[in-house]
Design a protein around this ligand. Structure first.
Ligand code: MN
Length: 194
């Protein structure tokens, strides 16, 4: 199957000032496009040719096919979780319940998630994921890795590859992380739960 770019549910300049139009042009328009192009080229003529991204990620060995499939899904989940409205800044419903059950409060969850994203050495992702019993996990994942690899459902992700923030924040990863909390669409995250 041919893998496609996700359609952004907002304008390229509408996440400013948290994420600039220029960052969207590079991060979405060039980096993600390259991963999409790469995965389509790499799977041609292989056993992965007709598999969807989830199937590839769960079964491909470490290497180019896994890395590019992972990065396409990671970035799809990343770009689709944002909203320009910046209205609803806290989770509600079953997501709120699960967060409070696991982490005590939304503030404690945010603190732990931010620290995980900030503390990740090199390139990778901070993830919130859910296991089959509905338990939530915060993990740091190197490079293209995603909790789906361990059988957990990915819910929320912060990309901390430098390409995600260097145009807008230079080396200040902490400022980028603080900004992202303002543009998360918590309904999208809740809808990713089982
Ligand atoms: Mn990225």
């Amino acid at each position: 199957m041919k893998h496609e770019m996700p359609k952004l549910p907002y304008q390229e300049d509408s996440l400013q000032p948290v994420i600039s139009k220029e960052t969207i042009e590079y991060h979405y328009g060039k980096h993600l496009q390259a991963y999409v192009n790469n995965i389509n080229t790499l799977i041609a003529g292989t056993e992965f040719e007709d598999k969807n991204l989830e199937e590839i990620i769960k079964t491909a060995p470490e290497g180019g096919i896994f890395n590019n499939a992972g990065q396409v899904l990671n970035h799809t989940l990343y770009f689709l979780q944002f909203t320009p409205e910046q209205k609803q800044t806290e989770p509600s419903g079953k997501l709120k319940e699960a967060i409070e059950k696991t982490f005590g409060s939304f503030e404690d969850f945010k603190k732990e998630f931010s620290a995980t994203a900030l503390g990740l050495f090199g390139s990778g992702w901070a993830w919130l994921s859910e296991d089959n019993e509905g338990k939530l996990y915060i993990t740091k994942e190197a490079n293209a890795s995603i909790p789906l690899r361990e059988g957990r459902k990915p819910l929320l992700c912060f990309d901390v590859w430098e390409h995600a923030y260097y145009i807008d924040y230079r080396n200040k990863r902490a400022d980028y992380i603080n900004g992202l909390w303002k543009i998360i669409d918590w309904k999208v995250i809740e809808n990713r739960m089982k």
